[in-house]
Design a protein around this ligand. Structure first.
Ligand SMILES: Cc1cc2nc3c(=O)[nH]c(=O)nc-3n(C[C@H](O)[C@H](O)[C@H](O)COP(=O)(O)OP(=O)(O)OC[C@H]3O[C@@H](n4cnc5c(N)ncnc54)[C@H](O)[C@@H]3O)c2cc1C
Length: 401
C-alpha cells in the first residue's frame, strides 16, 4: 500500500498519533472531535493492540481478575480518526514517516509520540529472564497463570514503590495460601504523610505481606533473589516493579531525549529538536516549575488533551499555549477492600489530608474507571476534557499570570 493510500488526500494535514494509552487516547479523541468534518486534517492512531490497556489495573490482571473489554477502534468510531493496529518499529524524523512491523510506512506532517513506558528490567542481572512484569496485559496474564498454578510457596515483589505496594497487597488478598514478600529500598508509602504511610504498612501487615525495606536485590535467579548483603531468598515467582524505561525509538530517530530516553519538550509539549513532534504521557520529559513530571495517568491525560489543543491552534494559524499541570492526589489500592488516597500539593508533596478505608476504595475506583467515560464525553463535548489543575504558583513561569 502506498503512503498516499495510507493517509488520504495529498493536501490533507496528516496527524499521526503513536500509542493509544491514557495520553494517546486523550489526544486522539480531543483532536478528532475538534477537526471533525474538516477534510484538510487527517488523524490516524497507531497502537499495538485494539484492546485498551487499563494499565492502572494491571495488578488486577496479574491476579486473574477479568477486566472490561474496551475497544479502541470502537471508541474512535464516528470521530473521523482512523485506527491502525500495528507495532511501531521506527520513526524517521527527517523523512517524517513511521514504520510499522508489517512494513507499512505512514507519512506525517505532525506526530504525537505517546508510546508510554515499560518496567525496567535492565538494572539487575536475571530480572529480564526470570522475573514477571506488569509491562503489558500479556505480561500480567503470564503472572496470573503462574500464581493460579501454585498451591503454596513464596512470591517476591521486588520494588516497594506504589506499583509494588498495590501488587503485593493484591496478590496477598487473592492468594492467601502464598507467602508474599515485598522488597525494596524505601519504606512502602515513603512519599506519603505519616498517617497515610502508617495505614499502608498496617494494611500490608493485615494481609500478611512481609515487608523488607532497605533490601536491595542484586540478582534474580530461576528460583531465588539475591540481596546486596549476600542473603538469598527462595521464591516461586518474582514480580519486578523496580522502575520504568521508555521505548528506544525516539532516541533512535534522533529526537532530543533525556537520560531516560524520554522526549524533551518545550513548554507547548513540542520536541525541542523537532517541533512538528509533540510528546505526551510517560514517554515525554515535560518540565514544570517544580521539576520534570513523572509518569502518571493524572498528568498523562492532560498532556494528550493539551497536545491536541495545540495542534488545533497551529492548524488555525495560532500559537500553542504553554502546558501547566499540578498533581492533586496519589490513590493507592490495598487489595479490593482497602485503599488510601494521599492528597498532594501541585509539586506532588503530600498534604496533611488523606482518605483511608471504604471512602478511599470508592475514590480510587472512581478515578481508575474515569478515563473511558471521559473519552466518550470528549467525543461530543471536547471542552469537557480540558479541565485539570494548572498548579497555581507551583507552575507559573515568572512574568505570567
Ligand atoms: C499497576 C499500575 C498502577 C498504576 N496506578 C496509577 C494510578 O493510580 N494513578 C496514575 O495516575 N497512574 C497510575 N499508573 C501509571 C499510569 O498507568 C501510567 O502513567 C500511564 O499508563 C501512562 O499513560 P501513557 O498513555 O503515557 O502510556 P500507556 O498507558 O502505557 O500507553 C502506551 C500505549 O502505547 C502502546 N505502544 C507502546 N509501544 C508501542 C509500539 N512500539 N508500537 C505500537 N504501540 C505501542 C502500548 O501498547 C500502549 O497501548 C499505574 C501504573 C501501573 C503499572
Amino acid at each position: 500500500m502506498s503512503a498516499q493510500q495510507e493517509t488520504g488526500t495529498a493536501t490533507a494535514h496528516r496527524v499521526v498519533i503513536l500509542g493509544a494509552g491514557y495520553a494517546g487516547m486523550a489526544a486522539a479523541v480531543q483532536l478528532a472531535a475538534r477537526v471533525k468534518g474538516c477534510e484538510e486534517v487527517r488523524v490516524t492512531v497507531v497502537n499495538a493492540q485494539e484492546r485498551f490497556t487499563e494499565r492502572m489495573r494491571l495488578h488486577m490482571t496479574a491476579t486473574g481478575q477479568p477486566l472490561a473489554e474496551l475497544s479502541v477502534p470502537e471508541l474512535l468510531e464516528g470521530t473521523g480518526a482512523r485506527f491502525v493496529r500495528g507495532w511501531v518499529t521506527a520513526v524517521d524524523a527527517d523523512a517524517k514517516t513511521v514504520r510499522i512491523d508489517d512494513d507499512r510506512v505512514l507519512p506525517y506532517d505532525t506526530l504525537v509520540y505517546g508510546l508510554g513506558g515499560v518496567t525496567d528490567t535492565s538494572a539487575v542481572p536475571g530480572a529480564e529472564d526470570h522475573a514477571y512484569t506488569l509491562s503489558s496485559a500479556q505480561d500480567a496474564e503470564l503472572l496470573a497463570d503462574r500464581l493460579a498454578g501454585l498451591r503454596s510457596g513464596t512470591v517476591v515483589v521486588a520494588g516497594s514503590g506504589l506499583t509494588g505496594v498495590e501488587s503485593a497487597a493484591e496478590i496477598a488478598e487473592r492468594h492467601p495460601r502464598l507467602s508474599v514478600v515485598l522488597l525494596g529500598g524505601q519504606e512502602p508509602g515513603a512519599a506519603m504523610n505519616p498517617k497515610a504511610r502508617a495505614y499502608v504498612q498496617a494494611a500490608l501487615d493485615r494481609l500478611g505481606v512481609r515487608v523488607r525495606a532497605g533490601a536491595e536485590v542484586v540478582k534474580v535467579l530461576p528460583g531465588a533473589v539475591e540481596l546486596a548483603d549476600g542473603e538469598s531468598i527462595e521464591t516461586d515467582a518474582v514480580l519486578w516493579t523496580g522502575g520504568t524505561r521508555v521505548s528506544p525509538l525516539a532516541a533512535a530517530a534522533g529526537l532530543a531525549v533525556d537520560e531516560r530516553g524520554r522526549v524533551v519538550t518545550d513548554a507547548a509539549l513540542r520536541s525541542v529538536s523537532h517541533p512538528e513532534v509533540y510528546a505526551i504521557g510517560d514517554a515525554a520529559a515535560i518540565r514544570q516549575g517544580y521539576g520534570v513530571m513523572h509518569g502518571t495517568c493524572q498528568g498523562g491525560m492532560p498532556t494528550g488533551v493539551h497536545a491536541a489543543l495545540s495542534i488545533d491552534r497551529m492548524l488555525r494559524g495560532r500559537q500553542p499555549k504553554p502546558f501547566r499541570f499540578g498533581y492533586y492526589h496519589t490513590p493507592v489500592s490495598l487489595g479490593r477492600g482497602d485503599a488510601v488516597v494521599q492528597f498532594t500539593r501541585p509539586d506532588d508533596s503530600p498534604r496533611r489530608f488523606c482518605l483511608v478505608g471504604r471512602m478511599a476504595v470508592r475514590y480510587k475506583e472512581t478515578v481508575t474507571a474515569s478515563p473511558w467515560p471521559t473519552y466518550g464525553r470528549m467525543k461530543k463535548m471536547p471542552a469537557s476534557g480540558a479541565f485539570w489543575p494548572r498548579g497555581g504558583r507551583f507552575t507559573r513561569a515568572r512574568g505570567t499570570k
